[in-house]
Design a protein around this ligand. Sequence first.
Ligand code: BGC
Length: 444
Amino acid sequence: MDKFLFGVATAATQIEGGYNQDGKGLTIWDDYSAKGLIQNGATCFRACDSYNRLEEDLAYLEKLGVNSYRFSIAWSRIQPKGYGEINPKGIEYYNRLIDGLLERGIKPMVTLFHWDLPLGLSEKGGFANREIVDHFREYAKIVAENFGDRVELFSIFNEAQALIDFLFLRPVGDGYPPFSTQKTFEGIHNLLLANAAATYALREYSKNKVQVGMVNCTHCYIPTEDGIEDVIRKEMFKPNDTLFCNTTFWDPVFFGKYDEELIKKQGVDLSFIKDGEMEYIKCVPDFLGLNIYIGYKVKLGADGKLVPTTPDINSNFGDMWGDYMNTADAMYYGPKYMQERYGKPVYITENGCTLSEFLIDGKVEDQVRGEYIRRYLTRLIEAKDEGLDIRGYYAWSLMDNFEWSSGFTRRFGLIYVDFETCERTPKSSFYKYQELIRSYRKAK
Ligand code: BGC
């Protein structure tokens, strides 16, 4: 258990604030905020102000007792426009963060891109413009040269599905018209070229021998009766009615080809792909980063198809629909089926829940979250003990934060944040996770 990573995760836009401080360039989220497209007119401008409270947040990480921290670098802090000039203050900030972690025995896992497209590149078409591939390679090279001597774990994109969804298909706050399926797919292709370019650059220019992975949300079925695992294996890797199934991003990076069934179903014309590009996209990530918040329990229906048995409760908590307290088996079946198909070590890069919760007399009693983490983490460790190659777990999130287009209406943190003052208060789940980490690290 010594090497198992007990971590916690965040993303730059969600916690940093300092949106135009010390030379940082603007991102699409700054733009959406300025245009009033975020729920309740919220903005990400200050978020949790972590940019100015780095020491305080490092101290909380140390207190929590994690041995890894997954955070993202804001591209626009490193290169304000997303290309060209480098901002030394941005490099300095992440140096302080990385050094602060290492001094505390906390291993960084660095995400290169957690949805915060620099506005300078958005204005050039973002992922719809193939030019982004070269810019992204350049950014990854800068990251490798500046941080690759101390960071060993990198992942490129966080949840490409979600990114493509809000960039092309369901624009934030209806801020601009959606793209066609064909154009969206061309965007997916550019993103995968960028993913490969950055993976190769990190491997080539980092001093460390780095592990570069990919992080995606994982749609995961849980069998509730014997004898249906083979049906599940098929269903988990079959296209659904959207562009997003488990194969959309994983198949090309491992097998160098798109899921043919998906392409057929969506009527995408692949003639835009140039010779050699699929081979290039096949960069074979070193690990599978799985964001799993919930699983879907299923049984076999009379027609031989899977039928959900998970009741649709809790739908009042936005995305957290379903009986998420009772689907911790996703921590076993998700890694199992993904590993069978793609054959790489797994990190659970995000797992968490949002609740209705209150600060009462200086305390937040979120026992439900503590119990949720206990259930998922325990099941994950059992899965590891049963022989799956699982290397770590990251709770989402260290603190309540800017929840994208939902603004500040949903809390996922182990630390409560007062969004008026940015004051932090560890919740009871913080202490629960702390206790779990201690006992697991002591046990082995
Ligand atoms: C994202 C996070 C987000 C979380 C909760 C994940 O899909 O990576 O940025 O805050 O879900 O919605």
